[in-house]
Design a protein around this ligand. Sequence first.
Ligand SMILES: [Zn+2]
Ligand SMILES: [Zn+2]
Length: 362
Amino acid sequence: MSTKSKAAVLTGKEKIEIKEFPLPKIGNNDGLLRVEACGVCGFDSEAYLFGGNGVHQLPCVIGHEIVGRVDNIGAEASERWSLKTGDRIVVEEYIPCGLCDACLTGNYQQCFDLRYGSMREDHPQTALWGGFSEYMYLHPRSIVHKVDPNVSAELLQLFIPISNGIHWVQEVGKSKVGDTVVIQGPGPMGLGAVIGAKEAGAGKIIVTGLQKDEHRLQIAKDFGADHIFTADTQDIVNEVSEVTNGKMADTVINAATAPQQFVTALDLAGRLGTVVHSGTDYNLSPEFISSKITWKLLTIKGVLGRPKETVGVALRLIESGKYALWKMITHSYSIEEAGKAVHKHAYGEDDCIHVAVVNNNK
Ligand SMILES: [Zn+2]
Ligand SMILES: [Zn+2]
């Protein structure tokens, strides 16, 4: 029986240290997870590059795309979650307080009371709130999903990009059978959106990226994209007009990082179209013309994660093996190498797409 856990702690700008923490005491209502794999998210990279981002409370054990096995569980938690020791689960990043206005209106993604992968290491309960760790604390208010033990943990940790993609295209973007969906940015979220569009029965799926995204755009095609265009070598608005007979997109998913892409999104959307925006940039492009929203009667919607039920849909899709999702996982690292993993992801080195941290420790 271990009494300690190794974990990767984000301590400052571009600084990740491996530390050891005592395991928390588990009571009736909570549990302990033996982490198997955890993905690096763009939000982690942002916190790494800037030494925090308003949500990550440094120093903190990071990682919030979490898959593992229940190592220890209290009787009440076991009954509430229908889980026993040894079960494999994924854990969402949210730990809703259940009391604030965001929680009470069903928007717990906006509740920042507690959150996996961003809590300070000196939190009185435990330091083990993150997935780049051998063990992680399971708070009573965790959102957990039991998953197939026969599917690899590395594949299952794609549940966030896949569920976000389904939610953003289908539930927020209202995409339906026969629609044209344009997805800007072929990163993990963009590729998740391709799957969301394919599953929605979209008539035409168009993905835009840059020339250097060739490998990602090829995967988008493998997942079902009909057309791929590169913004640095092609006039993507013209190209989309060409393949849609001037009608443009019913739904545009802006999963790109460049602020300019929001301006382009308004041109890619057709009359009465919906633009779903997931970016977190802070500079409004000077070319932004708001009257395009008015004249085309566009709907602009922000997104912040996904609801619990969509994670279930994504997990069943991952377990089905319908898509060659392993193509998205380009790099895997051990917990001791978590710093390398986040650095690679933050700088987009070696054509990386989804980077995973895997717990191989005995
Ligand atoms: Zn994330
Ligand atoms: Zn709350």
